[in-house]
Design a protein around this ligand. Sequence first.
Ligand code: G1P
Length: 294
Amino acid sequence: MTSQKHKPIRKAVFPVAGLGTRFLPATKAIPKELLPVVDRPLIQYAVDEAREAGIEQLIFVTGRGKTAIVEHFDTAYELETTLQERGKSLDVLEPTRVLPGNLVTVRQQVPMGLGHAIWCARAIVGEEPFAIFLPDELMIGTPGCMKQMVDAYNQVGGNLISVLEVPREDVSSYGVIAPGAKAGDGLTEVTGLVEKPPVEQAPSNLILSGRYILQPEVMRVLENQEKGAGGEIQLTDAMAQMIGEQAFHAVTFAGKRYDCGSKTGFIEATLALALEREDMGAEVREIAKRLLGS
Ligand code: G1P
């Protein structure tokens, strides 16, 4: 059995302190992570993906105005009582339930970058390997992206990041890997990492797609991490320092990724997921055809 070799991944950090300025005015009073793709808030997809991968503890790195995310995962007595009185099923609320104690929040008081946000969770993460989910990246697959990564982790241990290919001209918006030797199906060693490189300096067109399994040592590296791209403390820079010290692999996600950090990506996700739904797919297809005039 390979699955016992490495410490299990039981905790996941969700950096959700961002202001969501690209979606203003929608995100003035509502956290971006609660914007719905069809009928589920974005954060719910990430949490569902985490649970499928066996993660128990959810750690939200939040900021001012983000408490509604925590409310979403709380029991809503009035709502539930009303639904029950009306003879309605509560099944729809099932994904929002969390075992007592399994949701923890920490605050990132000042937006200093992704690396800093992750570092804010250090006391809760402790000395265990942990997962990170960037909820803007909506990953749809069977199994889900993190489950694919945990399966790979059970083989190789160490640190893993999910990657995907983008057109070369787009690499400077992302973290980019220098790929090394193939280590298995969809698994590659990582020999270098660079955050938002100029196109001509990018080591590949394989970008970090918002899912990580990291060893707790990264917190020590982040502690002393200097500012990087965009004047922010970058997680990518801290990870780059761990290459050579610890195993580092990239998992090419077999599935579909939607960039819900952009408006068009958000619309694409909504349309794609609606088209796949049994209860509305056919109707949405008709609507789309009508709108396209064909
Ligand atoms: C972050 C990471 C970057 C990654 C990207 C994925 O960048 O720093 O490495 O490729 O998420 O969406 P951000 O989009 O926060 O600038």
